[in-house]
Ligand binder design. Structure first.
Ligand SMILES: C[S@@+](CC[C@H](N)C(=O)[O-])C[C@H]1O[C@@H](n2cnc3c(N)ncnc32)[C@H](O)[C@@H]1O
Length: 336
């Protein structure tokens, strides 16, 4: 994230940081915009710092937080988002940024009118309270944007409940990807997923009413296989017949291969004569951390296929990988 920000926002100076939490200093006299403090693929959320509060227990910290809100914030907020900096990878034991029930109760004791860890609405002022250490909370604030869904979620993580008997974490990952990308996926749409086994993400799309084709050399979960709107093609994407992609509106890839392999697989599908793939949700596995520096080149390649809106984000449910969303397609005439 630091490497990503350094060339784009060169005025920022790295300041206090811990794994999962980073602060930057502005040049003297400069002010930060609370509507969009820092945007980066690897920054889950950002805000303008209000400093920190310290205390021996949640009750003391909560009193200090409320005093700081009154003293340091230019306006009175309704929303407070309290979360922990990440100490573990998503999916690993101990990963739960929203595991802050005791801290939230302590804040509500002091200020019962506050709305804690709810999704906010466009233009709402949000106080960000990051539990950096048990006795040290860092405070910031930002303004939620109607155009940036993650700016409205606590810590940039949407409140998604895991269904009973969830097939794979990819169910949550797909749900987060759809919320973040705001792709207009509708009931009846044809979707194809490359790397579909065991089937969590296919299930999330089936629940939206889509007709889904899964492509994978591995086995699918029987619940997904039995779904009347699901078709399984047991093959690697490059070995599948082109007709598998006929009528595909949304193409998803979650194959555990290097990013260039994913892009090499997707390119001939979306640029084939007659293809009308409107949008993409591609998981790009950062099998080598150096791939992170190549994300702008990967995005440019996808724009070259005619997609005008291309974004990448390390979703809360992404491990060593990012999600690339592409939409708003202008069909490239030379290939039509
Ligand atoms: C992370 S898992 C996918 C999880 C899945 N999306 C879900 O919702 O459960 C990665 C999958 O990619 C598949 N895969 C790897 N290379 C592939 C290829 N070239 N074509 C299709 N699938 C591939 C693997 O067999 C594996 O099942």
């Amino acid at each position: 994230m630091k490497q990503e920000i350094a060339p784009r926002q060169s005025a920022l100076r790295f300041a206090f940081s811990r794994p999962g939490f980073c602060t930057f200093r502005l040049p003297d006299g400069a002010t930060a915009d609370p509507a969009r403090a820092v945007t980066a693929t690897f920054a889950r959320t950002s805000g303008v710092s209000l400093g920190k509060v310290s205390g021996g227990d949640p009750a003391e910290l909560a009193r200090a937080l409320c005093a700081a809100i009154d003293e340091r914030l230019p306006e009175s907020p309704r929303h407070v988002h309290i979360w922990r900096r990440d100490r573990a990878l998503p999916g690993d034991p101990g990963f739960d940024p929203n595991d802050a029930a005791a801290q939230r109760s302590a804040v509500l004791e002091v200020r019962p009118g506050l709305v804690l860890n709810e999704h906010a609405a466009a233009d709402d002022a949000i106080v960000d309270c990051v539990i950096v250490e048990p006795n040290e909370w860092w405070l910031g604030w930002h303004r939620a944007s109607g155009a940036v869904p993650e700016s409205r979620w606590p810590g940039g993580v949407p409140n998604i409940a895991a269904p009973a008997g969830m097939i794979s974490r990819a169910y949550l990952k797909m749900t987060e990807a759809l919320l973040w990308s705001e792709l207009p996926v509708e009931a009846g749409d044809r979707c194809v997923e490359i790397g579909s086994a065991p089937g969590g993400s296919c299930l999330a799309l089936l629940e939206r009413g889509c007709a889904v084709t899964g492509l994978d050399p591995a086995e699918m979960d029987p619940t997904v296989l039995a779904h009347p709107r699901f078709t399984f093609v047991r093959a690697r994407a490059k070995d599948a017949k082109r007709s598998v992609f006929d009528g595909c509106r949304w193409l998803v890839s979650d194959a555990n291969v290097a990013p260039t392999y994913t892009l090499d697989t997707v390119e001939p599908i979306v640029t084939a004569a007659g293809a009308r793939v409107e949008g993409l949700l591609l998981t790009l596995k950062l099998t080598d951390p150096r791939h992170a520096a190549r994300l702008p080149a990967f995005e440019a390649r996808v724009r070259g296929w005619g997609y005008r809106r291309v974004h990448t984000r390390q979703l809360a449910l992404n491990r060593q990988e990012v999600c690339l969303a592409a939409t708003d397609r202008r069909l490239v005439s030379s290939r039509e």
